[in-house]
Design a binder for this molecule. Sequence first.
Ligand code: PXP
Length: 239
Amino acid sequence: MHLGVNIDHIATLRQARLTTYPCPIQAAKDCLEAGADGITAHLREDRRHIQDKDMENLAAMAKAGELHLNMEMAATDEMVAIACKLKPQAVCLVPESREELTTEGGLDVVGHLARMTDVVARLNDAGCAVSMFIDPDTKQIDASKHIQAAVIELHTGHYANFEGEQQQVELKNIQEAAKYADDLGLIVHAGHGLTLDNTKPMVNIPAIIGLNIGHAIVADALFVGIKQATANFKALMQR
Ligand code: PXP
């Protein structure tokens, strides 16, 4: 399984004091050394964590063959222009609002079909593998396939926040959605809110071939270091 480590919160810590440390690029290198298969970073419209220069540095490493870069971004003209210039191997389109603490739900591909068709086409032309971050909903999966996205990332945030019966229902939704998308020929990833305690059921879903994990790895890193935190997830993800 592909482990994409989201390094946004290394940059969050740096931006809290507007210092030059901790360095997201060093974190990326350490994660890769510890077994991460790729690095994910979200350039937000409000630049609250990752900065343009960080994304440029990561893209330069990607271009040099040193890492697989998944750039998360909103489907805005500004971000599309940056992605088309930097050409990361992968782009994950996410909904974004200024007020949110983190990405709060999946994209409404169905409701923004014309816009998403245009954005995906521009990113496909730039050679990026485009992923749609969506809830486990067949309508959103069908729409993602229809607009020629190669990848979907199933939003696991609700699963992570729920408990008990509700969590089991959401897990079943994710299992069914993953199979449905895989049968359509889409590449299936998942992510958001995953921790060492709740990730294993995702590993047990055969159609899901990649996970993007950020907050838990950066949080665990405070106690065990980022290499060990990454290695712990990688070990949990062995099939
Ligand atoms: N996948 C997507 C699309 C995200 O937006 C995020 C958060 O930036 C993640 C995965 C990682 O979520 P977390 O930081 O909760 O592990």
